[in-house]
Ligand binder design. Structure first.
Ligand SMILES: *Cc1c(COP(=O)(O)O)cnc(C)c1O
Length: 360
């Protein structure tokens, strides 16, 4: 049975002026809408008590399992306002399916795809006024699931909470797309074979924070991780997948080995890129190949991708062994693919893939 979400009879709303002030400078993940979705799960009752409630803190017991053993997963997607006022999601069922896969890996219960999408549609409809209208603005949606049992034994929780919050976000690049510098971590890896790299879980992010801090210290904005077995193959950034474009027109991204997160943006770029005449290739890409290719000009563009920033051109890589500059960033295909994705999401370009799902 699909979940039905109880909505309070008295909804409380921020004033138009308050929302306008947030939309004028939303930042990223700083301001939240008036409401949130909460659904409980217990072993006996499965998913139940689906509800919308005013946005606000949870009461968490100090013994709550999530605080100790990090049994937690999350998702990230956006709602976009089109010029005619309608509101749309981009491939939300992809996030729903990935959420279910992440749940399985973290021994959490799966939330059915339809319930996941329904929770998003419910919240977006109720907090519709928070979906911004500005260029490259959207409402970022953050579904998450946590162990919610007060028990210090180590086993999967028998009480779990699913929740969804929403935050208006602006363009990732203020004042135009700026290519970024990337730190290649040779001290740390993000994910190991058989580990949780393919799951979107908080633990992966916790593990990436120290190398991320090193990246900042080196004047870089992001960190690139190599594979955990040989320290040879390019995997991904802390929260973004990576692509290269070659002089021969190949669009190469590391294949999904089990330690790489399967990005929805990554998947969409493989399709858009091939429509632009590039040859998509999912295969292993070594740091040696990247270095040699950038130096010889065989690799002409490098970019990172993910829901938050869509496409981020890469300007250079730094590591303990020196600096590698990618000449000409941002490259032609980087900007073209980026623009096409943004145009599909914002309704300026026909959605020939059936990726957009109308909410309002
Ligand atoms: C979320 C995420 C991505 C990007 O996925 P999208 O679905 O494109 O947003 C890439 N890598 C990691 C580690 C992530 O957590």
């Amino acid at each position: 049975m699909p979940l039905s979400f109880a909505v309070p009879t008295e909804l409380s709303y921020s004033s138009d002026a308050d929302i306008a002030a947030v939309h004028a400078a939303p930042g990223f993940g700083t301001y939240f809408t008036d409401h949130m979705v909460v659904v409980d799960w217990t072993r006996d009752q499965s998913w139940h008590d689906a509800r919308v409630q005013p946005y606000g803190p949870f009461l968490v017991d100090p013994a709550s399992a999530v605080l100790h053993y990090a049994q937690e997963i999350f998702e990230g997607l956006k709602a976009y306002r089109h010029a005619d006022g309608s509101v749309w999601l981009f491939r939300p069922e992809k996030n729903a399916e990935r959420f279910a896969r992440s749940a399985r890996r973290l021994a959490l219960p799966e939330l059915p795809v339809d319930d996941f999408v329904a929770s998003i549609e419910t919240l977006v409809r109720i907090d519709e006024r928070w979906v911004p209208t500005g260029a490259e603005q959207s409402l970022y949606l953050r579904p998450f699931m946590i162990a919610n049992e007060n028990f210090l034994g180590v086993r999967p929780a028998e009480k779990v909470l699913y929740s969804l919050i929403a935050s208006p976000v602006g363009s990732y690049f203020k004042g135009g797309v700026t290519p970024v510098d990337i730190w290649i971590s040779t001290d740390y890896t993000r994910a190991a074979p058989g580990g949780t790299g393919a799951a979107k879980c908080g633990g992966n992010y916790a593990a990436s924070l120290l190398p991320q801090q090193q990246a900042y210290e080196q004047g870089c904005s992001q960190v690139l991780f190599l594979d955990g077995r040989e320290q040879k193959w390019i995997e991904e950034l802390g929260g973004m997948n990576m692509f290269v474009v070659t002089r021969e027109g190949r669009l190469v991204t590391p294949e999904l080995t089990g330690s790489i997160l399967e990005g929805v943006t990554r998947d969409s770029i493989l399709e858009v890129g091939s429509e632009l005449g590039l040859q998509p290739e999912e295969r292993r890409l070594s740091l040696a190949e990247l270095t040699e290719g950038v130096q010889s000009g065989g690799i002409t563009e490098v970019f990172a991708c993910g829901t938050a920033a869509v496409l981020t051109p890469i300007n250079s890589f730094r590591s303990t062994s020196g600096e590698l500059r990618v000449p000409g960033a941002p490259g032609h295909y980087t900007m073209e693919i980026r623009q096409q994705l943004l145009d599909i999401q914002s309704g300026r370009r026909e959605d020939t893939h059936g990726w957009m799902r109308r909410v309002l």
